[in-house]
Structures are given as structure tokens and as C-alpha cells.
Design a protein around this ligand. Structure first.
Ligand code: C2E
Ligand code: SIN
Ligand code: SIN
Ligand code: FE
Length: 387
């Protein structure tokens, strides 16, 4: 390949890279994607992304130990090649790491890897602050050249905003998750023994359906984390009604319906996107597509899509679980009920998405005992607060 062809090839990869990076909101996955792309674009053996932890003044990175094993390595700010780049904000390009006394060989010892050439560039955000370091390691055939430096610096600037977004999103959702599950558990433990399973099912069914519907990742995650709050308003319903073993009288059911309004009130005026979605879901998860639901008799697209998704997940789960007022249904019977209500209670597109992901939903339902690991993060979170 001539130099021109090589550059052209790289530009094509870079255009693709920008698109990929802006879509992923999960930090771990994003870093993996970036590392993979850099290896291809730069034609090196490894790429490590070091992230600056401002609390401890360390850089951390995940290194591969084996096929599926990862270890986290931490380097103090100012130490090692990566620490040096972070401290001084300059690019370092070295032919042989072991000839350079800034190099820290401990990670190599830990992994059995042999580092030769290193190209390390700072990862700067839009305001010019260093948020980490990019290291390309062991260029195939020759040391890293000036073109590689330029390309890696360019990649770094493309990646920085994606990484910063993912970091922000993660820190937000961790503290919010904690609040959310505490609230949700409070709301639901009265009428359900297995609150944790129920909440996890609602959360994961909703996320699966949202995915099946083709909603963007961020919306899927918003639905995943806000759906457990859909019945938060039940905190305002008296035990005599909520825990009544038999059928509710019409008056009692009128009172019960208010859980949607109470929930919307509790979650109103929140600043976070997540809680705004939760508010819509709490308010509208009992609206029906044909306009016969409650509390506002909204119809079709007037019902927020989040609520249209969660209502299918909620009813499927409620049918499959035992309640004080009803025995549990067989999942196949519940599925048929959902299909029958297509276009009546439920948005036809959402029911189609439900059908599409039904295999995964059923697996989740059958796993039931909390050991399923389809989405390990949320299992862990809920377990932490409820078991
Ligand atoms: P939930 O138990 O979480 O049920 C959520 C939704 O699942 C219900 O909303 C309904 O659409 C569906 N669902 C649950 N069980 C059945 C069923 O046996 N058949 C059918 N066709 N659908 C079912 P809905 O009806 O608006 O009820 C909202 C909440 O009101 C329920 O939440 C539950 O907490 C309470 N509730 C409803 N009916 C009764 C009842 O007869 N007795 C008692 N104690 N509570 C009830
Ligand atoms: C370092 O010296 O920056 C850590 C070692 C490595 O990245 O290979
Ligand atoms: C996140 O913070 O977005 C994920 C956390 C988790 O699933 O545990
Ligand atoms: Fe409800």
C-alpha cells in the first residue's frame, strides 16, 4: 500500500469510528470498542485506554489476562508512560519500552505480555482537560511513525466526548439507581413477597421490548432503570384495598386507580432524564391504546412510548405472578392475552416487539429465582437493596 492509500484507508475507518463511538453509553463496552478500532486503524497489537480517576489521582485500565479474564491496573498520576502523558499532556512515542526508565514493567509481569513499542497520547475533553491516556502498543513490523501519532491524536479527540458522556451517564445512573430501587422496594413490598424478582422482571422485560421496538440505546436504558418505579404510587393506597384478598368493589378500584396520579406526583419536577421518564411511566402505564384506560383516557400516540412499553411488561408479569387476588397464570396463557389485546389495551407495534423478544422474556421468567444473568448489573443492584 502507498502512503496515500494507507491514509485513505485510515480516514474511512475513522469516519466509521466516530459513528460507533457516539452510540455506546456503557463505559466498559465503549472502551472495548475503541480499543478494538484503534488496533485496526493503527495496525498495532494492543490498545489500552487509561482513565483518570480524579478522586485517587490514578489512571486505571482494564488489561486482558486470558480469553475472558480481565484485571484492573492502576498507575499513579505521573508514574509510568501513561502517568507521564497524563501529567504533562504530551505524546510519547518510544521504540523499546524496556530502554525507557519511565516504563513500568509490572503489568507485563502480571500478564506475561511483552511490550516493545508504545505510542501514548493524552485523552483531552472539549475544554482541554486531560481525562485519560490512549496507548497503542507493539506496532506490526516497525516502530510507530509520525502518521500514527497524528491519527492516534485524532482518534483520541473523537473518543474523548464519547467517553466523557458515558462516564457522566454512569455516575448519574449509579446514584439514581440506588434511590430508585429504595423507593420502588418501599412501594411494592407490601403487596408482593418477591418484590426483587418482580422489579427485575418488569425492568428487563421492558428493556427487551424497547430493544425489540428499535428504540435507541439511551431510551432503552432509561426504560430499564425507570420502569421499576411504575407502581411507586401504591405507597399512597391503604392496606385495606391494596392487600384485599378478593375482588375490589368499584369504589375500591376507583381509589386504586389513583396510584398512577400519586406516582406521577412523587416523581414530578425531577431534573434527571431518568426520573422524567419514570414520571411519565407512573402516570400512564394503565392507559390503553384504544383510549379506555386510566387515569386520563389517553389514546394511541398520546400515551408516552415508555408507558406503552412498560404496560405490556407489567401486565405480562402481573398475570404470571400470584397476587392476593388471583392465582398465577401459565406464561403461554399470559402471552395469548397480550396478543388478544393488540390494538385494544396495547400498542400493536409494542405487542409485535414483545412477540419478537418473547423467547428471552420467557427465559427470564423461568429463571425467576434471581440467578439469571441476562443483565447482571441490575440483578446485582436489586439484590443489594432487597435481599
Ligand atoms: P397489579 O396486580 O400489578 O396488576 C397490573 C395489571 O395487570 C392490572 O391493572 C391488569 O391490567 C393486569 N392484570 C392483573 N391481574 C389480572 C387478571 O387476573 N386478569 C386480567 N385480565 N388482567 C390482570 P389494573 O386492573 O388496572 O389493576 C391495577 C392494580 O390494582 C393491580 O396491580 C392491583 O394492585 C390492583 N387490583 C386490581 N384488581 C384487584 C383485585 O381484584 N383485588 C385486589 N386486591 N387488587 C386489585
Ligand atoms: C505504563 O508504563 O504506562 C504502563 C505499562 C503499559 O502500558 O504497558
Ligand atoms: C449503569 O450505571 O449504567 C449500569 C450500572 C449497573 O447496571 O449496575
Ligand atoms: Fe400499576
Amino acid at each position: 500500500m502507498t502512503r496515500a492509500e494507507e491514509l485513505e484507508d485510515r480516514l474511512r475507518l475513522l469516519v466509521n469510528f466516530g459513528g460507533v463511538v457516539s452510540k455506546e453509553t456503557n463505559l466498559g463496552k465503549l472502551l472495548e470498542i475503541i480499543a478494538g478500532q484503534v488496533k485496526t486503524i493503527i495496525n498495532c497489537d494492543r490498545c489500552s485506554v487509561f482513565i483518570l480517576d480524579r478522586h485517587t489521582n490514578e489512571l486505571w485500565s482494564k488489561v486482558a489476562l486470558g480469553l475472558r479474564q480481565h484485571a484492573e491496573i492502576r498507575t499513579p498520576f505521573g508514574k509510568g508512560i501513561a502517568g507521564h502523558v497524563a501529567a504533562f499532556g504530551t505524546t510519547i512515542n518510544i521504540k523499546d519500552a524496556y530502554e525507557d526508565d519511565r516504563f513500568n514493567p509490572d503489568p507485563d509481569r502480571m500478564t506475561g505480555y511483552r511490550t516493545r513499542s508504545i505510542l501514548a497520547v493524552p485523552l483531552k475533553n472539549v475544554s482541554g482537560h486531560i481525562i485519560g491516556v490512549f496507548e497503542a502498543v507493539n506496532k506490526a513490523g516497525s516502530p510507530f511513525n509520525v502518521d500514527d501519532e497524528g491519527i492516534l491524536q485524532l482518534i483520541s479527540s473523537l473518543a474523548a466526548s464519547g467517553i466523557e458522556n458515558a462516564q457522566l451517564y454512569e455516575s448519574l445512573s449509579k446514584s439514581q439507581l440506588e434511590t430508585i430501587y429504595r423507593l420502588a422496594v418501599t412501594a411494592e413490598y407490601r403487596d408482593q413477597h418477591d418484590t426483587a424478582i418482580h422489579l427485575r422482571h418488569i425492568s428487563e422485560y421492558s428493556a427487551l421490548i424497547a430493544q425489540g421496538l428499535g428504540l435507541p440505546d439511551r431510551e432503552v436504558e432509561n426504560i430499564r432503570y425507570s420502569s421499576p418505579l411504575h407502581d411507586i404510587g401504591k405507597v399512597g393506597i391503604a392496606d385495606a384495598i391494596l392487600l384485599k384478598p378478593g375482588k375490589l368493589t368499584p369504589e375500591e378500584f376507583e381509589e386504586m386507580k389513583k396510584h398512577t396520579i400519586y406516582g406521577a406526583k412523587i416523581l414530578s419536577n425531577a431534573e434527571s432524564a431518568l426520573l422524567q421518564v419514570a414520571c411519565k411511566v407512573a402516570a400512564s402505564h394503565h392507559e390503553k391504546f384504544d383510549g379506555t384506560g386510566y387515569p386520563a383516557r389517553l389514546k394511541g400516540e398520546q400515551i408516552p412510548v415508555y408507558a406503552r412499553v412498560v404496560s405490556v411488561a407489567d401486565v405480562f408479569d402481573a398475570l404470571c405472578m400470584q397476587r392476593v387476588y388471583k392465582p398465577k397464570w401459565d406464561p403461554e396463557k399470559a402471552r395469548h392475552y397480550i396478543l388478544e389485546e393488540r390494538g385494544k389495551s396495547f400498542d400493536p407495534a409494542v405487542v409485535d416487539a414483545f412477540e419478537k423478544v418473547y423467547g428471552d422474556i420467557l427465559k427470564m421468567h423461568l429463571a425467576g429465582d434471581g440467578k439469571s444473568t441476562i443483565i447482571p448489573g441490575i440483578t446485582k443492584e436489586i439484590n443489594r437493596y432487597t435481599y
